[in-house]
Ligand binder design. Structure first.
Ligand code: FAD
Length: 482
């Protein structure tokens, strides 16, 4: 009996020694940031500014910014890369975006509700100041809100969300992010690309982060900045650490493309119209947003599911004759259903099935006449598609309620921008945005459990560059003050 207990003690001791050796071999940091999008970058920037001796690492699933290339750019067809270069890599989902920075809290997230508008606006202003430092290619244009357009929309049951918007454009945005990343690296923060964090374990004095490439690192504190593409990682983390998750809403619908001139009055005056509509039949909320003047419709790979999106370039020679925007219908599920992300994914997967692995495109005229679009009709369309998608029938994919909402919204928008409901308007399906996981925070520092913080789109609070960056700076300040 005695021998057995001595033997067990030796085994325990061996385990402890093994752990100590393992720990001593691990790279150690004060703060590990998971995700190198604007949230993670801004957090790293501020942490170093607050304390230049702090040891920080940013680990990113995707590639370094300069090596992020979408192969679909050359032939417009998504080839289903394991890690999507559009959404993943340093500078995050916003790397190739149009670089529209919303200078307020009216949209782009609910940080104003969480922190109060005054504090949230202060941090949004600080993001703007930091970006100004690294935007070395001239002052970007700021579009101010417009009362006449607001009234015109109100008179047609539409609510125009207005706010001042700073527009960098894709190229200036890319250069600004590149300069910011260089400055962060120069300050001594380590950046690791192709580091996909798989899981997190609690250790005595902090956390061990496990990566799919077999690497492990140790950090006292963690900032989860994994954006929308990291939704599964956040869900797994919450399950492992007993953090409650609340069901948030999901948005699903289409990317709409038409001649640029139809929305010129709006885009000239406010650059990006964002409009809300309460649909007649179901009284659901539909929103028009993510407007791209002279832009291109693009395909996005979300873990093998191809969805539509859009972007545009600032340079005149890269502009197309078209504009595009999203029209999405919001759904908030109630008990007992608790898989909103899976619901949206299965609709998008259905679109891919019908589209032979691709996004579907349909003329609005065909949709309302109840017939599919075919290559012949598409070839004769006055609006030339900027994405090579499969001509098909969106009504075979979207549930009746969502489709009805979208059609009603297109007719409502036609009243303020006549031509929106033209037969030749193109609809690409599906486009979706999900903010379905909303973890329960321990406090107003957005702490999930001891020394683990969450920021940006992945927190369920942000939906845009400015607020994600602002949340990063805010959490960095909370950590520095601790
Ligand atoms: C095409 C497009 C255009 C857009 N245009 C605009 C715009 O003009 N204005 C605007 O305000 N917003 C825009 N947005 C939204 C904006 O990009 C996001 O709101 C913003 O990027 C969120 O920042 P984030 O840091 O929270 O997350 P992200 O930018 O998504 O960054 C998260 C990063 O974490 C990485 N990651 C995820 N999981 C892991 C893991 N397990 N391990 C390691 N790394 C991980 C991802 O690869 C990603 O790079 C656009 C989005 C897209 C896709």
């Amino acid at each position: 009996m005695k021998m057995q207990s001595v033997f067990l003690r030796v085994l325990v001791l061996i385990d402890i020694i093994k752990d100590l050796i393992r720990m001593s071999e691990l790279k150690k940091y004060d703060v590990a940031i998971i995700g190198g999008g604007i949230g993670g970058l801004m957090a790293a920037y501020r942490l170093k500014n607050n304390n230049k001796n702090i040891r920080i690492v940013i680990t990113e699933r995707g590639n370094v910014l300069e090596k992020r290339h979408c192969p679909a750019g050359r032939n417009s067809t998504c080839i289903h890369c394991k890690t999507c270069s559009i959404t993943s890599g340093f500078a995050g989902a916003g790397a190739f975006s149009d670089g529209k920075f919303n200078l307020g809290t009216s949209y782009g997230g609910t940080l104003g509700e969480e922190l109060g508008d005054t504090v949230a606006n202060q941090y949004i202003g600080e993001v703007d100041e930091i970006l100004k430092k690294y935007c070395t290619s001239g002052d970007p244009k700021v579009y101010m809100s417009n009362q006449d357009l607001k009234l015109k929309c109100l008179q047609n049951n539409l609510r125009l969300l207005d706010m001042n918007v700073k527009h960098l454009g894709t190229d200036k945005n890319f250069l600004t992010m590149q300069n910011l990343i260089k400055a962060i690296e120069h300050s001594g923060t380590e950046t690791l690309s192709c580091y996909d964090c798989e899981s997190v374990e609690k250790s005595d004095s902090g956390y061990i982060l496990n990566y799919t490439n077999g690497e492990k690192i140790f950090a006292e504190k963690i900032i989860i900045a994994t954006g929308r593409s990291g939704a599964n990682f956040v869900a797994d983390f919450c399950r492992s650490f007993g953090v409650e998750m609340h069901s948030n809403y999901v948005d699903i619908g289409v990317r709409v493309e038409m001649k640029d001139i139809i929305w010129k009055e709006f885009s000239d005056k406010i650059y990006e119209p964002k409009i809300l509509y309460k649909t007649k039949t179901f009284e659901d909320r539909c929103r028009m947003f993510c407007f791209n003047k002279g832009g291109l419709v693009s395909a996005e790979n979300n873990h093998g599911i191809i969805t539509a999106n859009g972007h545009s370039f600032a340079e005149e020679d890269k502009k197309t004759e078209n504009c595009n925007f999203a029209i999405l219908s919001s759904i908030r599920f109630t008990e007992p259903f608790n898989q909103p992300t899976e619901y949206v994914e299965s609709i998008s997967r259905l679109a891919n099935m019908i589209g032979n692995g691709n996004v579907i495109v349909q003329r609005f005229g065909d949709l309302v006449r109840g017939r599919r679009t075919n290559d012949h009709r598409l070839a004769q369309n006055t609006v030339e598609p900027t994405l090579k998608a499969t001509a098909g029938d969106i009504s075979l994919v979207l549930p009746h309620r969502i489709l009805t909402n979208i059609i009603e919204t297109i007719y409502a928008l036609d009243k303020v921008a006549p031509g929106t409901a033209n037969d030749d308007t193109l609809l690409y399906g599906c486009e979706s945005k999900y903010y379905s996981i909303r973890p329960e925070f321990k406090n107003n520092k957005f702490e999930l459990c001891d020394n683990v913080y969450i920021i940006g789109d992945g927190s369920g609070i942000c939906r845009g560059l400015s607020q994600s960056g602002a949340m990063g700076i805010y959490v960095a300040d909370c950590i520095s003050k601790k």
